[in-house]
Ligand binder design. Structure first.
Ligand SMILES: Nc1nc2c(ncn2[C@@H]2O[C@H](COP(=O)(O)OP(=O)(O)OP(=O)(O)O)[C@@H](O)[C@H]2O)c(=O)[nH]1
Ligand SMILES: [Mg+2]
Length: 247
């Protein structure tokens, strides 16, 4: 099984040197791709240094900060082009603990998409204030209700993909970027008839670096959920349109 872990970074100089050894220890056979958007704090150069010392690490440099969704699309596309069979996506800021990877990989033997989930029994969040907790839970509930999905954690970004799902999704057509990116990708997997499961993770708040959360990202996500619903209705309607044979 060939496995690629895609880690997007923007100003993660303090976190990346802690994350990478954890990944190398936990899943020694995996390759790692850091996708850096020309971080101001030198994360890109630091990743290059790590890559020079360890052939399992590669770096994709992008010229400007373009959002997490774009970074993931670039990294996942890079991985598909190079033939990886499983692709993991995870944040660099240590919120996603490498210790969950073995369980996620095991589950990916049976499921096309495995979600690290804060909102199934055994999962949770550490050190989040009530505001962030309400926003995150509320966001997942909002999307889950409007899109009528059986998934508890729709906004999380810790996922293990089988390449077949990503090929099916057609990454070039994914448009959303912030939180809605996570929702859109899982939604598209489900719409395509792929199997999805959630396994519990405890999500730790970032210790180093700065949050890139913004009101704009939340508003974008709220609007995007309705756009996704409209798109899906159109797809379903096309599928269900009666086929009339000419008389
Ligand atoms: N390449 C790239 N990575 C990004 C960009 N925005 C965020 N990231 C990375 O994506 C991951 C998740 O972003 P975070 O800023 O941690 O977002 P969050 O977890 O919702 O919020 P906080 O943890 O509170 O900051 C981190 O590894 C970031 O460095 C971007 O524009 N480009
Ligand atoms: Mg984070």
């Amino acid at each position: 099984m060939s496995l690629l872990i895609v880690v997007p970074t923007y100003n993660e100089r303090d976190s990346l040197p802690l994350l990478i050894p954890g990944l190398r220890d936990t899943v020694p056979d995996a390759h790692i791709l850091v996708v850096d958007d020309n971080s101001l704090d030198g994360t890109g150069a630091l990743a290059d240094e790590m890559a020079a010392r360890d052939s399992a690490i590669q770096v994709l440099h992008r010229t400007t900060k373009d959002g997490i969704g774009r970074a993931y699309i670039a990294g996942l596309t890079w991985g598909l082009e190079r033939g990886y069979q499983r692709l993991i996506q995870m944040d660099a800021d240590l919120s996603h603990d490498p210790q969950y990877l073995p369980a996620m990989l095991e589950a990916s033997g049976a499921y096309d998409l495995v979600l690290g989930s804060r909102y199934v029994p055994g999962g949770g969040t550490l050190n989040w204030g009530w505001g962030r907790r309400v926003l995150s839970r509320g966001g997942s509930l909002y999307a889950r209700t409007i899109l009528a999905l059986p998934i508890r954690d729709l906004t999380g970004g810790f996922k293990c993909w089988r390449r077949t799902v990503l090929e099916d999704i057609d990454l070039a057509t994914v448009r959303s970027n912030g939180y809605s990116f996570q929702i859109e990708m899982t939604y598209r997997a489900l719409l395509g008839g792929h199997s999805v499961t959630e396994i519990p993770i405890v999500f730790a708040d970032r210790i180093e670096g700065h949050s890139k959360m913004s009101k704009r990202i939340v508003v974008e996500a709220m609007g995007m959920v309705w756009k996704l619903r409209a798109q899906a209705s159109a797809i379903r309607a096309r599928k269900q349109a009666p086929v009339r044979s000419p008389r």
